[in-house]
Write a protein that binds this ligand. Structure first.
Ligand code: SF4
Length: 372
């Protein structure tokens, strides 16, 4: 009996991991048992094995920038340190020329393959603002993918335009939008959302808008922000709502679990959360994500932005296959003071090589650009 098999038999989650290794997805009650277990390293053995079965010893990343085009927001999420109310002295909205200049600089300096576009819910921005930006990027920088606007931003534009989210998505796609980031999901349970982001769209709306996007041929990422007021049952619900939608549409390219950072947020001021959940919980979430989504959502991203490069290296052993993006220009997490560092592509490449893996630079759709 190998050491791993012996450990599996001794562990109270051994049956779940054995089933996973045999291609059987954990059921919701198994997922709950995984969340309640301390056997994180054993989960990592199984999830790492599944990951290497698909990708070998190779990890991908994308050269990208984040364009946080406005910090004006009327949604006041308690977990957010980034937003400013309309009219605030330090509020901003980027003009089209500023967007062009940022993309141009990033293309010339880093040959970026993706612009991740996210901002506040700014009621003074009409749909033409977004259409003009997307058209400009696609026309002037055809190799740069437009990955933009969370479902809640789409919802806000629909409100401003007194239109449907489906119509807004369709117009934005026509203008050059290519895929949708998963932000705004947080935890897809309304009793949690009611505490942390009471003015934001409901879980059902997040899922509905994602389904509309998938049906229009716009693929997406799914995310989960954990480590605040949710409990393990809420996390199970979150995972399986995404499983259910993916079984229907197959529109998610990647899943990204990331931990809530409380610094400078209202949730910290109100003593709802004092500190982040840290590294072991990150590895557990990465491992469970791979076990739950194996064979369904191809890519699991490491979460270097809040946990640093060292944890991202570990995450690649625990079920992640994608390092994420260089995220140059990110301003949202930076407002909590917890952004680990500015990363260049060279730093990511070195970090992946350090663990003995090959590196694949990828584009917005996870297609290889080059092997390094
Ligand atoms: S998370 Fe987004 S929607 Fe919520 S307050 Fe911050 S910018 Fe606004």
């Amino acid at each position: 009996m190998s050491q791993t098999t012996e450990q599996l038999y001794k562990s109270d989650i051994g049956d779940i991991l054995e089933n996973s290794l045999n291609g059987q997805r954990p059921e919701p009650e198994d997922c709950l048992r995984l969340l309640e277990s301390d056997d994180v390293h054993l989960m990592g053995l199984a999830s790492g094995h599944l990951t290497r079965k698909h990708f070998g010893k190779k990890a991908s990343f994308v050269n990208n920038i984040i364009l946080n085009y406005t910090n004006v927001c009327i949604t006041d999420c308690k977990f957010c340190a980034f937003y400013r109310s309309p009219g605030a002295e330090d509020s901003y909205t980027l003009a089209l020329e500023q967007i062009e200049s940022r993309v141009k600089t990033a293309w010339e300096m880093f040959k970026i393959r993706q612009v991740l576009i996210q901002g506040g819910h700014n009621p003074s921005l009409k749909i033409e603002y977004y259409e003009d930006a997307f058209k400009m990027i696609r026309e002037k920088f055809p190799e740069v993918g437009v990955h933009g606007l969370s479902t809640s931003e789409i919802h806000m534009i629909a409100k401003v335009e007194k239109s449907s989210t489906n119509e807004i998505l369709s117009r934005l796609k026509e203008a050059g939008l290519q895929s949708i980031p998963g932000a705004g999901a947080e935890i897809l349970v309304d009793s949690v959302k009611d505490i942390i982001s009471p003015k934001k769209i409901s879980s059902a709306d997040w899922l509905r808008i994602m389904e509309e996007a998938h049906n229009l041929g716009l693929p997406a990422s799914a995310t989960m922000m954990y480590g605040h007021v949710e409990n393990n049952n809420d996390i199970v619900d979150h995972f399986f709502k995404i499983v259910k939608l993916q079984e229907k549409t197959n529109g998610f390219m990647a899943f990204i679990p990331w931990n809530f950072e409380p610094n400078n947020t209202l949730m910290q001021k109100e003593s709802l959360v004092q500190y982040g959940t840290g590294g072991i919980q990150l590895l557990k979430m990465i491992a469970i994500s791979r076990l739950v989504f194996d064979g369904l959502i191809p890519h699991i991203q490491s979460s270097w932005l809040t946990n640093g490069v060292g944890m991202a290296q570990l995450a690649l052993q625990y079920g992640a296959d994608d390092f994420g993006g260089t995220l140059i220009g990110e301003e949202v997490v930076s407002c909590t003071g917890s952004r680990s560092t500015e990363l260049t592509d060279k730093m990511i490449i070195d970090a992946i090589h350090q663990i003995g893996y090959h590196v694949e630079e990828r584009d917005n759709f996870y297609n290889p650009v080059k092997l390094l």
